[in-house]
Design a protein around this ligand. Structure first.
Ligand code: NAP
Length: 249
């Protein structure tokens, strides 16, 4: 067991995949989890499952690509909860294509959902954390943000941007005991990768680049994220942890 002292966490993209696994893992450790996703159904299902298992959860549908919606949600949440101690910026989308065929909307949708959302949430939820002089922020980046990936100019730029944001905010918030770290998953089995994982030819090609020769599970990402959110991780900040079967070594 890790130490959490009844903390409260907000996890974006908690309706499915990695975000859902992070919410469930934190809830099992006694953390109250605010599950955000685009659709009310998916975050509602995650929160209901956590409550049914004896945990504490709230569901909130927020489009993280909409800064005004984040501002409204944050204002209401900060009235309802005495503190939001942990923020996991996990919501993300892909709109893949080679650069010459990539539309401006594919570029801006991915930057807005994956990167600008982190700017808004961190500004709003991070400020009370710095005042309280305790906080944990984890940004779910990607191996694509470290190595680049052909066909993902928008996504790689957003994820590399998250890494730069992580390192900068780690420095800005360090004096207030708020840590900021990034986790960079490789290929993890979720709805985002079903298309590749279920295609034998494509998956064989991908696994050639993965030293551990398998896809990761959402729990692999959730476990390290939970650790980085715990009391025990208080001396770790500004770091990027690759959970990728060895791809980016
Ligand atoms: P996923 O299964 O597709 O789930 C994405 C989650 O993000 C969903 O809950 C979705 O909400 C939410 N979301 C998407 N757009 C949103 C928006 N505009 N507003 C609010 N919520 C939104 O994805 P995943 O594989 O778990 O990925 C989670 C994170 O890990 C992403 O940032 C992704 O880039 C990153 N990552 C994943 C992999 C991988 O291999 N899977 C690898 C590297 C990095 P709804 O449920 O309402 O649709």
């Amino acid at each position: 067991m890790l130490t959490f002292n009844n903390r409260t966490a907000l996890i974006t993209g908690a309706g499915r995949g990695i975000g859902k696994a992070i919410a469930e893992t934190l809830a099992k450790q006694g953390v109250t989890v605010i599950c955000v996703s685009k659709s009310a159904e998916s975050c509602g299902a995650t929160a209901a499952a956590i409550i049914a298992a004896g945990g504490k959860a709230k569901a909130l549908a927020v489009d993280v690509a909409d800064g005004a919606a984040i501002a409204k949600a944050s204002e209401e949440l900060l009235k309802e909860f005495p503190a939001i101690d942990i923020l996991v910026n996990n919501a993300g989308i892909t709109r893949d294509g080679l650069l010459f065929r990539m539309s401006e909307s594919d570029w801006s949708d991915v930057i807005g959902t994956n990167l600008t959302s982190c700017f808004h949430w961190t500004k709003l939820i991070g400020r009370p954390m710095t005042r309280a002089r305790w906080g944990r922020i984890v940004n779910i980046a990607s191996v694509s943000g470290i190595m680049g990936n052909a066909g993902q100019a928008n996504y790689s730029a957003a994820k590399a941007g998250m890494i730069g944001l992580t390192k900068t905010l780690a420095r800005e918030f360090a004096g207030r005991s708020v840590t900021v770290n990034a986790v960079a998953p490789g290929f993890i089995k979720t709805d985002m990768t079903t298309e590749f994982v279920n295609n034998p030819e494509v998956s064989a090609k991908i696994l050639e680049a993965v030293p551990l020769k398998r896809f990761g599970e959402a729990a692999d990402v959730a476990n390290i994220t939970a650790y980085l959110c715990s009391e025990e991780a208080g001396y770790i900040t500004g770091q990027v942890f690759s959970i990728d079967g060895g791809m980016a070594m």
